[in-house]
Design a protein around this ligand. Structure first.
Ligand code: NAP
Length: 309
């Protein structure tokens, strides 16, 4: 059983940054990368808004650099998932899927969140080839083009409005005849000349060829009529799912399943911190995740210093 100062669960920008700060502060640090090392940024071809990279940087390349930087300061990276945790006493007991066991004085949870997806044929193979879940990341590629958006909540409305700064036409597909999002955003969407709304309709299939996305097959839920809509890109904004299954019933979660922290990223359990998208239903940017990762590591350091001195 390995004893460590900090166990960091989840290796997106939040987890890697926490690891860089923790190991550089001379804390023995293990970063559990799980099944998707790098997290959601690895789904993005080009991050054009991450500060410090004026030419943009590929998501995978950024993840590699973050890994290199964390290892340079002594982080041990584990390419495995944490399968079980005992938060009832310190040091916290962690066990990976492979059966490796750790005792961690502090834990930083940075398991991120995943975009809820449509789950229809053709979708998975078109992600990154015309199907996106991030307007901030990808809107620029649709300058002067026709984009489709699915969803009716604040995210879909907000991101559609953002996309209209780039696209020439946007078709917003919603499964009901009323948006869920706030009235002010609804008004802006309905009064925007570039946006056409297709109500009461669901995407039944994402159409693609070897070059990528070509359009969608739609079904009107009232009439049952099916139709095909061709476009250059599809943005899916039907909610996010924070990766908190492991912590349900132990850490305090909000109604949407996000970990609740105080402003210094302490959870309800002393010595357990949360950083990145797993505790952030609002910003969800790589840079804000990285920022909270550094904060959580500094808090873990302070927590241990306070205890040891
Ligand atoms: P959300 O509020 O849960 O809305 C999800 C939308 O996707 C709903 O309209 C829902 O339809 C639709 N949907 C869900 N599953 C679907 C499926 N399988 N197929 C088709 N449509 C589906 O999620 P969100 O928009 O990401 O917002 C999450 C939270 O963040 C909310 O509290 C929101 O207020 C907040 N937020 C705020 C802002 C802002 O204030 N600017 C911006 C973004 C997010 P139904 O309506 O029929 O259920």
């Amino acid at each position: 059983m390995k004893k460590i100062d900090v166990g960091i669960i989840g290796g997106g920008p939040a987890g890697y940054t926490a690891a860089i700060y923790a190991s550089r502060a001379n804390l023995s640090t293990v970063l559990f990368l799980g099944t998707q090392p790098g997290g959601q940024i690895t789904l993005t071809n080009d991050l054009e808004n991450f500060p410090g990279f004026p030419e943009g940087i590929g998501g995978l390349e950024l993840a590699e650099k973050l890994e290199k930087q964390s290892v340079k300061f002594g982080t041990e990276t584990v390419y495995d998932k944490v399968e079980s945790i005992n938060f009832s006493e310190r040091p916290f007991y962690l066990k990976t899927t492979a059966g490796d066991e750790y005792l961690a004085e502090t834990v930083i949870v940075s398991t991120g969140s995943g975009s809820r997806m449509l789950g229809v044929p053709g979708e998975t193979e078109s992600i990154g080839k015309g199907v996106s879940t991030c307007a901030t990341c990808d809107a620029f590629f649709y300058r002067g083009k026709h984009a489709l958006v699915v969803g009716g909540g604040d995210s879909a409305l907000d991101e559609s409005l953002y996309l209209t700064r780039f696209v020439s036409k946007l078709t917003l597909i919603h499964r009901r005849e009323k948006f869920r999002g706030s009235p002010i955003l609804q008004n802006r969407v309905l009064n925007n000349d570039k946006i056409e709304v297709v109500w009461n309709s669901v995407v039944e299939e994402v159409l693609h060829n070897p070059g990528g996305f070509t359009g969608v097959k739609l079904k009107n839920l009232i009439s049952g009529a099916e139709s095909t809509l061709t476009a250059d890109g599809l943005f899916v904004f039907i909610g996010h799912i924070p990766n908190t299954d492991l912590f349900r019933g132990v850490l305090t979660l909000d109604d949407h399943g996000y970990i609740v922290t105080d402003r210094n990223l302490h959870t309800n359990i002393p010595g357990v911190f949360a950083a990145g998208d797993v505790q952030d239903p609002v910003y969800r940017q790589a840079i804000t995740a990285a920022g909270t990762g550094s904060m959580a590591a500094l808090e873990a350091y302070r927590f241990l210093e306070h205890e040891r001195n």
